[in-house]
Design a binder for this molecule. Structure first.
Ligand code: ADP
Ligand code: MG
Ligand code: MG
Length: 908
């Protein structure tokens, strides 16, 4: 609970109490409205009720909070009345208000907004009189009753196939009048709508629409507080790691009207392109419209700039004449206003030093700014904007590096459609390139079904008329999103860019029939479950499934990575088993291989047979014969790795998994194996049964294999050293690191080290050549971490196998954790998935302890991590703080880990 006694902060032309720095208290929207007032940008005056009030509401209820804020809210309304020269509740010339939510972190569309508050049957007549525009007055009233009825009184669709009840009435009236757009309804129609809406509310809710403006205001404020806890807001916070405890502020503000005729408009704009990052002011607007009309995709919005308008026309296949007459840009339509808007956007971007997402309204030739915030953007835009702002001298290197969210680099590394496959693909529709990327998937029409399908591992494309905040979960699991309505600033577009998800919006040719679960384009139709593909960079929609290939990396990406290299201390190596993976890792800037899993080589082609022969062998001689067959294959593999990674360390782990993983467990497979091995199926079955373990993860694996079958270690060591000498002879500079897995006692390590050293000496003697190498161990059993000082006396490097270390420390296996881990995460028993992000307090403590013990006996011991955690930004930061030398992760995560390492270093 708070001790503050101020709950309301004014903003306006004569007085502003808040500022951008007060986001925690005023929410992002309120703080930035105040900041815009301070900058002298035209903002309708108003006041912000603090986030602490929302917390009071959640903790102590409605009566308590109303008593707390009553007098301050009344003072706020008096302030707005004074600024606007109108009275709230005045039936002849009413002051109308908007009531807007706004939390600390931006949650676009998550919570509710109410416009035109203060209208009733008397005030609407006054408003009509004053403006001389009866249609406008009733349009505003219609919108108010609809929003208030939905948000505050709770009149919503009954089921997901149902339409919004207000929209149903509206469609009916439109049909009756034979019109398509709501702008075509006249004052009489709008009056009829208000009457029908109120009747609907009375019938369904059992209460009358409130006529008293103050009752309306309190109802709206409370419902904004409540909206903090609605389902979609909760889901959004879960997906975006926003604490449930923050609460939202409430902004109460004088209305300005974009629906006051053809000289009025409302719009949304970005100071740079949120999709590509291009430094180009862009946005969309609608004439004679209000509020969310632009983003709701009710009418086709127009572009603010002429350049943007021409680009849009090209994509939407609208000819220049039609564009100029039906969809002119704001630049053409209202050049003066456009110039003011340009001035405001430049001022705001320069002030906040980041790409801004703006909301504005034009009332009869006058521009008002209604919101500014740092805009959501794709990973590619994130990188480009950071680098260009750095080059433009707006931000410094540190800010540029911190601006890019490491995980979002994934977007850039995403595959794109294979050019050849694309040539044969059939374009079935075009929409707007709302969020780049390539996606193929099966059609689903409902967000919850997308969720179910994704759980079954199916790739789906969510196809909707338009999306709404309820669809968030489904959007986050779909491969791509296609909407029939909506522009570049529609809900689907904004959210998809934020998620780095491929999205095509406003594909007008697409008709969605939710009841029949079909999508129709022209004469053709597609059922749920059929495959389509989307190109979010061009807006094309294709029939069927299209092959993809690796992305090409931009110069900005390279510049960002060069910046990262300058600041990172922690090195990033890659986990790679093949020369191809090694080459990719090197391209992404890996400075070595931190883990080569030798067993992965045993599954390919004829090798599995040699491996199985070894497993079937009854004695050492038999095993040696089989191993001799494997030797040349392993040697060739290793040589390829050494060649690709010349001059850089290559850490090769000796055989790790239990042998049963190499034999078939089903009868059919065993029969095939019997034929191939020329032995009886009975013998195979017997051997498989012998290999059976109750807890294979804790069984005969890791160095335990090499200790019981030293000839395996011998063969692998020989392959490594022979390959290294071969690579050296061919001009490469191999840096060999041999790694013993699953050690728990220094004696295990010593036993294996003896075999490896002896083999090395033999190979060097045979070849008459030698090379230096490091001999080290994984630290992946808790005991190894506990006795790391004794192991460190013998081992020349440590590599934390944080997957096994996590399993053994937590006491559950990764393969079985699926049964309870999701519940644990939901209940907050674990904050993060421990196999994805290292458990810093528990497993991390073992890591820190082993580092200290290792260094105490061997100050220059090389220490790294080769578990999945090496590619997780939060874990990378932890490993940086713990003083490791490197992390190793899959090639595709190398850039992410490098950026995370640089950010960790900047955080020191
Ligand atoms: P969100 O957080 O969902 O973006 P907002 O509070 O920004 O919701 O409100 C949505 C839209 O309502 C705004 O973009 C703007 O068009 C309109 N709006 C809000 N307040 C006003 C106002 N005082 N005058 C005119 N329009 C408003
Ligand atoms: Mg809203
Ligand atoms: Mg907004």
């Amino acid at each position: 609970m708070s001790t503050a006694n101020k709950f309301v902060y004014l903003f306006g032309s004569i007085r502003t109490e808040g500022a951008a720095a007060m986001k925690n208290l005023l929410g992002g929207k309120g703080a930035n409205l105040a900041e815009m007032c301070r900058l002298g940008i035209p903002v309708p005056s108003g006041f912000t009720i603090s986030t602490e009030s929302c917390t009071e509401f959640t903790e102590r209820g409605q009566q308590h909070v109303l008593a707390l804020i009553d007098s301050e809210v009344r003072r706020g309304v008096a302030f707005v009345e004074h600024e606007m020269g109108k009275r709230f509740g005045d039936a002849n010339d009413p002051l109308l208000l908007s009531v807007r939510s706004g939390a600390r972190a931006s949650m676009p569309g998550m919570m509710d907004t109410i416009l035109n508050l203060g209208l009733n049957d008397q005030a609407v007549a006054g408003l009509a009189n004053r403006t001389g525009n009866e249609r406008f007055a009733w349009d505003s009233y219609r919108r108010f009753v609809q929003m208030y009825g939905d948000v505050v009184m709770g009149l919503k669709p009954v089921s997901k196939e149902d339409h919004d009840p207000f929209e149903v009435v509206m469609d009916m009236v439109k049909a009756k009048r034979g019109v398509r757009l709501d702008t075509e309804l006249d004052a009489g129609d709008l009056k009829e709508l208000v009457a029908r809406f109120k009747a609907l509310i009375r019938a369904r809710i059992g209460r009358d629409f409130p006529v008293d403006p103050w009752e309306q205001l309190w109802g709206a404020v409370i419902s904004v507080f409540e909206s903090w806890n609605n389902d979609r807001a909760r889901v959004y916070r879960e997906l975006n790691d926003i604490p449930q405890s923050w609460g939202t502020a409430v902004n109460v503000q004088a209305m300005v009207f974009g629906n006051l005729g053809d000289g009025s408009a409302t719009g949304v704009a970005f100071t740079r392109d949120a999709g590509t990052g291009e430094d180009l002011f862009n946005g969309e607007f609608l004439v004679n419209a209000q509020g969310e009309d632009v983003v709701a995709g009710i009418r086709t919005p127009q572009q603010v700039s002429l350049v943007g308008s021409r680009r849009w026309a090209g994509l939407a296949m609208v000819g220049e004449d039609e564009r100029r007459t039906s969809y002119p840009s704001l630049e053409e339509l209202m050049p003066n206003i456009y110039a003011q808007l340009l001035q405001a956007e430049t001022k705001l971007e320069n002030h906040f030093k980041d790409m801004q997402d703006l909301e504005f309204t034009i009332q009869q030739g006058r521009l008002w700014m209604l919101q500014t915030r740092s805009g959501k953007r794709t990973g590619a835009a994130m990188v480009r904007i950071a680098i260009e702002m750095l080059q433009q001298g707006m931000i410094d290197e540190k800010t540029a590096l911190m601006r890019v969210v490491p995980d979002r680099l994934n977007d850039l590394l995403h595959p794109i459609f294979d050019t050849q496959a694309l040539k044969e693909a059939q374009v079935i529709a075009r929409g707007l390139p709302a969020s780049p990327g390539a996606a193929s998937g099966q059609i689903v029409f409902f967000a919850d079904e997308a969720d179910d399908a994704a759980r079954q591992g199916r790739a789906v494309i969510l196809v909707r008329q338009e999306t709404s905040p309820e669809d968030l979960r489904g959007m986050s699991v779909a491969k791509g999103i296609l909407t029939a309505r909506g522009g570049m600033t529609s809900h689907a577009a904004v959210v998809a860019r934020g998620m780095g998800k491929c999205c095509v919006s406003g594909a007008g040719a697409v008709h969605v029939d939710y009841k029949a679960r079909r999508m129709t384009i022209g004469q053709q139709s597609w059922a749920e479950g059929e495959w389509i593909s989307l190109n979010g960079s061009t807006g094309e929609v294709f029939a069927g499934r299209i092959a993809t290939r690796d992305a090409e990396l931009s110069g900005d990406f390279g510049a960002l990575m060069a910046l990262a290299s300058r600041h990172q201390r922690l090195e990033v190596r890659a986990n790679a088993d093949t020369p191809e993976e090694a080459a990719l890792a090197r391209k992404f800037g890996a400075t070595g291989i931190g883990l080569c899993r030798t067993e992965h080589m045993f599954f390919e082609g004829g090798r599995i047979n040699a491996m199985r022969e070894m497993i079937l062998a009854d004695d050492e001689a038999g095993r040696r014969r089989a191993l001799a067959r494997l030797l040349p294959m392993q040697r060739a593999d290793f040589e390829g790795l050494f060649r690709e990674m010349s001059d850089l360390p290559v850490t090769i782990r000796l055989l790790d998994p239990p042998l049963h993983e190499f034999v078939p467990h089903d009868e059919a497979g065993q029969h095939v194996m019997a034929v191939e091995m020329k032995v009886s199926p009975g013998k195979i079955r017997m051997r498989v049964e012998e290999l059976h373990e109750f807890n294979p993860m804790l069984g005969h694996r890791g160095c335990r294999l090499g200790i019981t079958y030293p000839e395996i270690t011998e063969m692998q060591s020989r392959a490594i050293f022979e390959a290294a000498l071969d690579a050296q002879a061919r001009g490469s500079n191999p840096k060999v690191e041999v790694m013993v897995p699953l050690v728990g006692s220094v004696r295990e390590f010593n036993a294996q080290a003896a075999v490896i050293r002896r083999t090395a000496a033999q190979v060097f003697a045979e070849r008459g050549a030698q090379l230096p190498y490091l001999l080290g161990t994984m630290i992946e059993t808790p005991r190894a971490a506990l006795v790391a000082d004794s192991i460190g006396k013998q081992a020349e490097f440590f590599s934390f196998g944080t997957n096994d270390l996590t399993q053994m420390t937590m006491g559950f296996s990764r393969d079985d954790a699926g049964k309870f881990l999701p519940d644990y995460l939901k209940m907050g028993i674990y904050e993060r998935e421990p196999f994805r992000s290292i458990d810093q307090k528990g497993v991390g403590l073992l890591v820190a302890m082993a580092v200290e013990k290792g260094r105490s006996v061997r100050p220059d011991i090389e220490i790294g991590v080769c578990g999945e955690h090496g590619g997780d930004p939060a874990s990378v930061a932890f490993f940086h703080r713990t003083g490791l030398d490197y992390v190793s992760c899959s090639p595709f995560r190398v850039p992410i880990a490098r950026l995370a390492a640089a950010q960790a270093a900047l955080g020191d």
